[in-house]
Write a protein that binds this ligand. Sequence first.
Ligand SMILES: [Zn+2]
Length: 160
Amino acid sequence: MNKIDHLKKRIDYNQEQRKRDKQRSERDSETRRTIDESPGIAKMDFWCEKCRQDFTGEGIKAIPYGLDLNSNEHYELSPLRAYYIGHCPTGHRAIRYITDKHRDPYFYQSVMLQHQRVEYADDILQPSDERFRKVYGDPLKPYYEAQEQEERANWKKRLL
Ligand SMILES: [Zn+2]
């Protein structure tokens, strides 16, 4: 590789790096906004892992910080994160994510949410779905019944 190629490569690398830094700081400021806009205390749904049950309770906003052992000062963790801490009726700690919401374990732990999902799925069921018959019965049943009655009537007519 000659010198010019080498320099070009370094410029590309630096530009790439700057782009990444910019994306990261944009992401950080968005995260910061999300955290700032979340109320300090809010009523919300939790899942208690120990009791294995859903509960609604007060969540208190928490932002974990790092501690610099040299200066004894707190510093922001990167990436920035925050969550709500709640306590179940028995006193166990439960958590809901403020940042990285899509990774909040609550969404796959909560039994209440799973029930809601099934209910919602039932609402949008199509007659062609396997589950439709289980929930609503056979959609063609009235048709079959009508057909059967007609056949019976015809059969009786033939006997007369
Ligand atoms: Zn509990």
